[in-house]
Design a binder for this molecule. Structure first.
Ligand SMILES: Cc1cc2nc3c(=O)[nH]c(=O)nc-3n(C[C@H](O)[C@H](O)[C@H](O)COP(=O)(O)OP(=O)(O)OC[C@H]3O[C@@H](n4cnc5c(N)ncnc54)[C@H](O)[C@@H]3O)c2cc1C
Length: 440
């Protein structure tokens, strides 16, 4: 590596999602020069908010802060952002076979909370010491053990929980990965950021100022003992270290080349972890098809959850969002947007017993899997994949450090897990830098 590169005491951060931004923010706090390279013309990655539907945030990506004790709160406080306890979580309904019923009616027969059977099945399977399996198999086995009759409706509901909780089908989720991700101490309630999730990323970016380069597509990362050279759509960037905070789906696609190539254990983890599949549909309807009692509605066709983003903001606009995942997200992503919206709204109408034909005033499809800068939903550990996420804790050649939701073992697939991964990456670089100062 040439002399010029060696002299640049700077950290390159690849990707201005919340993981990359947090890493850059922490390094800047420590007085280190950073340069954040972001392909999109905005920061935030999977934090993306629209205010086009009314005086409330419509989340096109991440929607909730999951838990009242997670690290996200520290940043909310720092930036003076506000959180709203999500009222929909106390009014969960399930729509199955043209019937709408409170989720508690269904849960009662199978456990306390709606997600409880999935967690209990995974734990019970793990406790047996059997080889890893998929969550579908573990659930079937657990239900038999518990004497629970798994009706087709109940099974469909569990698939819905997989689609929204894991952005995958039950068959594609590994039990061991479910056990690794403990989310311990996070708390159980969901909160919305009143200013929108993207505001969090924008406030961080504001602190970073001109060190964030938008519209900068990273194409190649060259690294050796002396430093890192990144070739991007706007030219060359040099630094002594780099934080790779690109999504798993992007790494998997091979659109970013590494030279020398990543070691075998990294390649294997990138290949075997599943980036998941997520798709959201936002619609403004001509009238309000559901009554005030419904907070949110789990549906099984497609497997997903309808939310009312204006709930809690005292907004009356009939604006609704559907989050779907797994194979249903893949299917809807193959349709033209109008057809996907029509199909989703039609089935919502069927569940509610209301004709919603012609009721869509406007709508949008946000297909994260077909988004070139995401290529997935949120990461999933496949059966037999225990330990894959942890591989990203290693530092490559003392130069490359990974961050991003998929690198979090305990809190993957969340905003707070991504934030923690960014902080961890920054701390690793600070300690590498301290060592380099002592032993130049
Ligand atoms: C539909 C959906 C709903 C979700 N709901 C929730 C929720 O309610 N609560 C929650 O906690 N989490 C939720 N999540 C998960 C959460 O959004 C993610 O875990 C988190 O935002 C990931 O942050 P990240 O920085 O790891 O990745 P990203 O946000 O994806 O950031 C990666 C960045 O890299 C950039 N990039 C990609 N390729 C290149 C390139 N070649 N060159 C330069 N830049 C590049 C991208 O544009 C992006 O900005 C949801 C995710 C989705 C998709």
């Amino acid at each position: 590596m040439d002399e010029q590169k060696r002299s640049v005491d700077r950290v390159l951060v690849l990707g201005a999602g919340v993981a990359g931004l947090t890493a850059a923010w922490r390094l800047l706090q420590a007085g280190i020069e950073v340069e954040v390279l972001e392909a999109r013309d905005r920061v935030g990655g999977r934090l993306w908010t629209s205010f086009a539907y009314g005086p409330f945030p419509v989340e096109l990506g991440a929607e909730f802060i999951h838990g009242d004790r997670v690290i996200t709160w520290q940043f909310l406080q720092r930036y003076g952002l506000h959180a709203l306890d999500d009222p929909s979580q106390d009014r969960r309904y399930v729509g199955i076979n043209s019937r709408v019923l409170p989720s508690a009616d269904l849960s009662r027969s199978v456990g306390e909370g709606i997600f409880t059977p999935l967690a209990q099945a995974a734990e019970a399977w793990d406790a047996m010491g059997q080889p890893d399996t998929d969550l579908a198999s573990a659930l079937r086995w657990w239900a038999t053990q518990q004497g629970i009759q798994v009706t087709p409706e109940l099974w469909e509901l569990w698939q819905t929980l997989a689609a929204i909780g894991w952005s995958a089908d039950l068959e594609d989720i590994g039990v061991s990965g479910e056990i690794e991700a403990t989310y311990e101490g996070d708390g159980l309630r969901n909160w919305r950021i009143a200013e929108g999730e993207q505001a969090l990323a924008e406030r961080m970016a504001r602190e970073l100022g001109e060190s964030v380069r938008l519209g900068c597509i990273v194409e190649r990362v060259e690294w050796d003992a002396d430093g890192v050279r990144v070739l991007a759509s706007d030219g060359e960037h040099r630094g002594r270290w780099a934080v790779i905070a690109l999504p798993l789906g992007v790494l998997q696609s091979g659109t970013v080349e590494f030279s020398p190539g990543l070691p075998q254990e990294f390649c294997e983890a990138i290949e075997r972890l599943d980036p998941g599949r997520s798709l959201k549909i936002i619609v403004e309807l001509a009238h309000d098809p559901w009554g005030p009692e419904i907070g949110c509605l789990f549906v099984t066709c497609p497997h997903g959850i309808w939310e009312r983003p204006g709930l809690g903001f005292a907004a009356s606009e009939p604006v609704f969002s559907l989050l779907t995942g797994g194979s249903d997200a893949r299917y809807l992503g193959t349709l033209p947007p109008d057809a996907a919206i029509r199909e989703a709204v039609q089935t919502l109408g069927a569940v509610l017993g209301v004709d919603l034909g012609g009721a869509v005033r406007r709508g949008a499809v946000i297909d994260w899997t077909n988004d070139p800068w995401c290529r997935g939903g949120y990461s999933v550990v496949p059966p037999g994949g225990a330990g894959l996420r942890a591989r990203f804790r290693s530092v490559l050649g003392g130069r490359l450090v990974f961050a991003g939701e998929f690198t979090s073992v305990e809190r993957p697939s969340t905003v707070h897990g991504a934030i923690e991964s960014g902080l961890r990456a920054a701390e690793v670089i600070l300690s590498l830098r301290a060592q380099a100062t002592i032993h130049p």
